[in-house]
Write a protein that binds this ligand. Structure first.
Ligand code: NDP
Ligand SMILES: O=C(O)C1=NCCCC1
Length: 340
């Protein structure tokens, strides 16, 4: 492992760098803005695997020709509780932004609604979307398949994606309750970052091509990743394959990898987002019951345990105080090279 120095970038400077890189690699203006918002948010919140590093992945994906660069997502009002966005082969971020108002309107009208994003390229963390829904006072759930990189518990060959599952609950104050995790032991991006910086990975994250435990990140990327929590993460991962794949008429992770044809793009397929309005079940009693939920959070933190996203929100506050983010110089250099 080699020592690395750091470089400070204001939020505007990082957004500007992101725009320049994405433009240089041919992405259209609306797509650039939506992607840039999540890149900056990820880095601001200390999410190294889904922040500025993703610009390297975006550039590689754009080079494969698998992203429709100027895709213009189309929203479709498909049923009283259902909305769809056809992402048109572009990134999921713009599709989500276009579909959000209809999802919120439907959840507020019916108490619950679901948004299916179809035909998108997905590389993002799910919490920005979750927070966009909880900002409207709604409970949120989101998931998406990826590429077949993860062995089912008891198996040794990749079948599932790293399939993130994210949940959000609106709370008084600035921050909702949010968790957002891969159903693999860790996001693939985290293993890629270990590979970049020459760090070993813990056992339990992946196995090599021969099915042996490995601490070598490159061997795990070439072999198979493992689910978190054994058969439990495996079952959740299967659920995500189903409800954000066939249920919404989109690809499983295995189908996404086949469609990739070895090009090395980010996953292609769909995402499912569900929004629930607490007053749908509770009417005027919603506030009273939402207060009871606060006792649960208090019960967690009173034991010295932390809430999921607490680290991320602390990182956000620190970034906001400083007005920007700190990037490893090696990463910054690699990003600048993307402009050559
Ligand atoms: N688009 C895609 O296809 C994919 C995207 N991803 C994204 O990758 C990201 C990282 O995933 P993953 O590596 O699994 O994430 P982590 O394991 O780092 O974190 C998962 C969640 O657990 C929380 N958490 C971590 N440690 C604790 C703790 N000690 N106590 C309480 N909560 C804790 C985190 O909060 P905190 O952030 O505060 O630490 C976070 O909400 C996610 O945002 C996910 O959406 C992953 C797979 C595929
Ligand atoms: O880190 C991961 O795992 C992934 N992130 C973006 C999309 C592919 C999987």
């Amino acid at each position: 492992m080699t020592a690395d120095t750091a470089i400070f970038l204001t939020f505007d400077a990082l957004a500007d760098l992101s725009r320049r890189i994405l433009r240089h690699h041919g992405l259209g203006p609306n797509q650039i803005e939506a992607v840039t918002r999540t890149i900056v948010a990820g880095e601001r919140d200390g999410c190294a695997s889904h922040g500025a590093y993703r610009l390297i992945v975006c550039a590689a994906t754009l080079a494969t020709g698998k992203v429709i660069r100027d895709a213009d997502p189309e929203v479709c009002d498909s049923a009283p509780g259902l909305a769809r966005v056809d992402a048109g082969g572009g990134y999921a971020q713009l599709a989500f932004e276009r579909g959000l108002p209809l999802l919120v309107e439907k959840a507020q009208a019916a108490g619950i609604a679901a948004l299916a994003i179809n035909n998108c390229v997905h590389f993002a963390a799910l919490w920005p979307e979750i927070e966009a829904v909880t900002d409207q006072g709604l409970v949120a759930l989101a998931c998406t398949p990826s590429h077949a990189w993860v062995a089912p518990a008891g198996g040794r060959k990749p079948l599932f994606g790293t399939n993130p599952l994210a949940f959000g609950w609106p709370r008084p104050g600035p921050y909702p309750f949010v968790f957002d995790f891969a159903t693999s032991a860790v996001a693939r991006g985290e293993i890629e970052l270990h590979c970049r910086s020459g760090r070993k990975i813990p056992t339990g994250w992946g196995i090599d091509r021969e099915g042996n435990d490995t601490t070598d990140p490159a061997a795990a990327l070439a072999g198979a990743m493992l689910t978190f929590g054994g058969h439990k993460g495996s079952a959740l991962s299967a659920m995500i394959e189903l409800i954000a794949g066939p249920l919404i008429g989109d690809m499983t992770s295995a189908e996404s990898l086949t469609a990739d044809e070895g090009a090395g793009s980010s996953p292609i397929g769909g995402e499912l987002i569900v929004a629930i309005d607490p007053s749908g079940f509770l009417g005027d009693a919603a506030a009273q019951h939402m207060n009871r939920a606060e006792a649960l959070f208090e019960g967690i933190t009173a034991q010295g345990a932390r809430l999921p996203s607490q680290r991320r929100f602390a990182a956000r506050e620190q970034s906001q105080e400083r007005g920007g983010v700190t990037l490893a110089r090696t990463l910054h250099d690699d990003l600048l090279r993307l402009l050559d």
